[in-house]
Design a protein around this ligand. Structure first.
Ligand code: GLV
Length: 322
């Protein structure tokens, strides 16, 4: 029997793909290339049974219409806003994601951005590198205390809860807003209080976005919401850029409407708008929520397993129910 064909859009370390490569005919981008372009994938996809896509690779109607053999899209990410899932479902294509390996490293990064913004770590590091630009005095370089501060988590799923666990250990109080209220036992675990979005914005010293990008969460933080936040508050986004109106955020940071922001994701692709890069009270990282050596290995194994189990039976992380 002919081997099934799997197309991987991005070049990765191969160890996580060993079993997949042994069982199937797997195509990676050529050595030296970072990834296939959309047009390259469009040209190749008619021959493939499985596609392993990245969170920034668009899997749209056009691509799926060119893929008569395609049975599964295994996304290398927990988020899947790059995929037209409704259309995949209509075409009977299974979509899977990687929730397990993503949770803890993303919560680590969110916690890191909280610490970096509250204590101005990046800004002070920058200043210290220019001799004479920073003073060591009792009333300069002041940040805010994480201990005792209230963290408002928008999106209390796996990552939100993993962040809550870290924040509780740091002495923070937790309030949250979510599509559905959590059960009592889970709320008690973090001492978490469920609030409306409005209430959360008004009482939080830090707001962390941990919700997926959907039509409902698009610009969940815009000018109006930023004005409801405390002038001492911090915004952290490790979810998806379009959750925040980035121009409104830059203006709020510039005028002191809020105190600081820590951003790993950006509204318009891989990079922040220029206005943000000119501000000292923003900490920027280039979408590195899962960017650790350990997790790169684990995610590769996870996307591979989803494909193998789909064809041969076993648990898969289903995004759509077929
Ligand atoms: C990363 O952004 C992910 O969705 O896993």
């Amino acid at each position: 029997m002919e081997k099934k064909k799997v197309l991987v859009t991005y070049n990765m370390w191969r160890d996580g793909y060993a079993e997949l490569m042994q069982k199937y005919d797997v195509t990676f981008p050529p050595e030296g290339a970072e990834s296939f372009t959309y047009d390259e994938v469009l040209g190749m996809i008619p021959d493939y049974d499985a596609l392993q896509s990245m969170f920034n690779f668009p899997v749209d109607k056009r691509l799926m219409d060119a893929a008569p053999k395609l049975k599964i899209i295994s996304n290398y990410a927990v988020g899947y806003d790059n995929i037209d899932v409704a259309y995949a479902t209509q075409k009977g294509i299974q979509v899977t994601n990687t929730p397990d390996p993503v949770t803890e490293p993303t919560a680590d990064l969110a916690m890191g951005l909280l610490l970096a913004t509250f204590r101005r770590i990046s800004e002070l590091d920058r200043r210290l590198r220019t001799p004479g630009s920073v003073k060591v005095e009792l009333l300069t370089n002041l940040g805010h205390s994480l201990y005792g501060a209230t963290l408002g988590i928008i999106g209390m799923g796996r990552i939100g809860q993993a962040l809550a666990r870290r924040a509780v250990a740091a002495g923070m109080k937790i309030v949250y807003h979510n599509r559905h209220r959590l059960d009592e036992a889970t709320e008690r675990r973090y001492g978490a209080v469920y609030l409306s979005l409005d209430e959360l914005l008004r009482v939080s010293d830090a707001v962390s976005l941990n919700a997926p990008h959907t039509a409902e969460t698009y610009h969940v933080i815009g000018a109006e919401e930023l004005h409801k936040m405390k002038p001492t508050a911090v915004l952290v986004n490790t979810a998806r850029g379009p959750l925040v109106d980035e121009a409104a955020l830059a203006e709020a940071l510039r005028t002191g409407t809020i105190w600081a922001a820590g951003l790993d994701v950006f509204e318009h692709g891989n990079y922040p708008i220029l206005e943000l890069t000119r501000l000292d009270n923003v900490v920027l990282t280039p979408h590195v929520g899962t960017q650790t050596v350990e997790i790169r290995h684990e995610m590769a194994a996870h996307v591979s397993r989803n494909i193998i189990h789909f064809f041969e039976g076993g648990h898969i992380d289903k995004v759509n129910l077929l």
